[in-house]
Design a protein around this ligand. Structure first.
Ligand code: PEP
Ligand code: MN
Length: 361
């Protein structure tokens, strides 16, 4: 992927804030002026066209909001970001000189829509942020960057807004941090911004998710703010007043990605060596476990026994949860770990049991 620096993002962390939706001229201007006067916001955001899950909700004010945006830009001197989802949105956003276009989670899921936006941007020196698709599919997210890159757009950044899941969760959208971390590993020069508002869906957990993002070395935060959140026409539970946003930003700790002194660097290196050795041991132990699984597979084959015995598996789960819990390992981790080890063990047994016998001539 060919990427170039985004000047509007030279602050670290870059802070992007503004209402979920532009509702009225007064609401947009008063919110953005209050945000600008904190001196802590680098970019203003607002939804002008709103993709809503169900029809009948507020779907955005449309292009008239772009005139209010121009007034806000003149008053605050800050750049402005707007969501676009089709050719028409891009056309209008460019006409009104929107500084940053972002592709929302419901659009990133659709390669046709992303391609339409990329085609509309051919030959334009645009800055585009791409929110992760609603479903946890890293390749689909990367595909959107590739489509934009294919149209010559190099000023790109990712926005991590969490992933949808069915059923109850403490988050509106599960963060699944391993996905943005993997994106960062594959594209180290692609800036990543976290959107704690859409991850949390409520005001309470926004500080905690924001701090986590900074500790994971994200490049910025996008947080929704409204002059009167309880009256907001969309996402009212997850918007902060400009004052509350300022408090939140003041409370965040910005740590350095690299150790700053020889002493710190030495300590970190020796701890990392310790981890490396433990990882080696873990691999040896896991490999030994799979060798035993191979022997079990051979035994079951000889005696005509099925691979899976549900009772035995339940015993392992119960025992591991009890022991692992006492050792300070979380239930969620133990569940994932066990499932993965069990699957590998079954694969080994399956391989032994169903290996084609060599035909001897
Ligand atoms: C938004 O930023 O207001 C929005 C609609 O976000 P998402 O696409 O992440 O749901
Ligand atoms: Mn929103």
């Amino acid at each position: 992927m060919k990427l170039s620096k985004i000047d509007l993002m030279k602050n670290r962390p870059v802070v992007i804030s503004g209402p979920c939706s532009a509702e009225t001229r007064e609401q947009l201007v008063s919110t953005c002026e209050a945000l600008a006067s904190t001196g802590k916001v680098n970019v203003i955001r607002a939804g002008i066209w709103k993709p809503r899950t169900r029809p009948g909700s507020f779907e955005g004010v449309g292009s008239s909001g772009l005139e209010w945006m121009q007034e806000v830009k003149n008053k605050t001197g800050l750049p402005f970001a707007v969501e676009v989802a089709n050719f028409n949105h891009v056309f209008n956003a460019l006409k009104y000189k929107v500084d940053i276009l972002w592709i929302g989670a419901r659009t990133t899921v659709n390669p046709f829509a992303v391609q339409e936006i990329a085609d509309a941007l051919k030959g334009v020196d645009a800055t585009v942020f791409v929110k992760n698709p609603i479903n946890p599919d890293l390749e689909l997210w990367i595909g959107a960057f590739e489509r934009l890159n294919g149209a010559g757009i190099t000023k790109l950044a990712a926005v991590h807004r969490g992933f949808g899941s069915y059923g109850k969760s403490k988050y509106r959208n599960e963060p699944q941090w391993q996905i943005p971390i993997e994106l960062k590993r594959r594209f180290p020069d692609l800036p990543i911004i976290c959107d704690p508002s859409h991850i949390c869906g409520n005001r309470v957990c926004i500080p905690q998710v924001s701090q986590r993002a900074l500790d994971l070395d994200f490049d910025g935060l996008m947080i929704e703010s409204h002059i009167s959140p309880d009256d907001a026409w969309s996402d009212k539970n997850q918007q902060l007043t400009p004052d509350a946003l300022e408090n939140l930003l003041d409370g965040l700790v910005l740590r350095q990605p690299d150790p700053q002194s020889a002493d710190a660097s030495h300590t970190l290196e020796s701890l990392r060596n310790e981890i490396n050795e433990i990882d080696d041991e873990l691999l040896q132990v896991l490999s030994a476990r799979m060798k035993v699984a191979d022997k079990i597979g051979a035994y079951k084959k000889k005696n005509g026994i099925t691979i899976l015995q549900t009772n035995r598996w339940n015993d392992i789960i119960d025992k591991t949860m009890a022991v692992g819990g006492k050792l300070g390992l979380s239930r969620k981790f133990l569940e994932r770990f066990l499932k993965s080890v069990h699957q590998e063990s079954i694969n080994h047994q399956n391989e032994v049991m169903n290996r084609l016998e060599k035909v001897s001539s």
